[in-house]
Write a protein that binds this ligand. Structure first.
Ligand code: FES
Length: 176
């Protein structure tokens, strides 16, 4: 029998041993938790920190005319995989071989932005925000211009780096 288990051990010594046992238990639990954080972190990044999504082939984009594209992708969280989810929409603008993308989500309160008919630029019908041909803010309550998204070409297809930004803010702050 160890001194710790001796019925005659002092109360102070028993308290000290209890604290030591609790500390060992907490350390063991913390050790088990570390791999879970490591495994889940990449999923959170994929869901909220931007992702490259394949859209249309460059040949399918008319030159100089905005084209609205809905972004579809599988969404994974810590435990589930939801196939073919609609993430949002973007306006693609082709000029020759170069393609730029603007989020179709209005920075004011999140309505869908339309391309103006018969004139360059964009407009949000909810509260009449107007944007220029490059997505810059012109008039209305939107606090900033349309949110640009990075693009690149891969095997002839336009890839878009999908991100979401805070609404109602003059600064462009990514959410998620
Ligand atoms: S949501 Fe677009 S102007 Fe208000």
């Amino acid at each position: 029998m160890t001194p710790a288990m001796t019925p005659g051990a002092s109360p102070a010594r028993r308290s000290l041993l209890k604290v030591a046992a609790l500390a060992c238990g907490a350390a063991a639990i913390a050790t088990m938790a570390v791999p879970a954080v490591y495994v889940l972190a990449p999923d959170r990044r994929a869901g909220n920190g931007g992702r490259w999504i394949r859209t249309l082939h460059l040949d399918a984009l008319p030159d100089g005319e905005p084209t609205r594209v809905v972004l579809i992708a599988d969404v994974r969280d810590a435990w589930t995989l939801a196939k073919d989810q609609e993430l949002g929409a973007v306006w693609l603008l082709r000029k020759g071989e170069a393609v730029t993308a603007l989020s179709a989500v209005c920075p004011h309160l999140g309505c869908a932005i339309d391309a103006r008919k018969g004139a360059p630029g964009f407009a949000c019908p909810c509260h009449d925000s107007d944007f220029g041909a490059a997505g810059e803010r012109l008039t209305g309550p939107s606090p900033r211009g349309m949110d640009p998204l990075a693009t690149r070409l891969e095997d002839g297809y336009v890839m878009v780096d999908f991100r979401e930004y805070r609404q109602g803010s003059k600064e462009r702050v990514e959410v998620g």
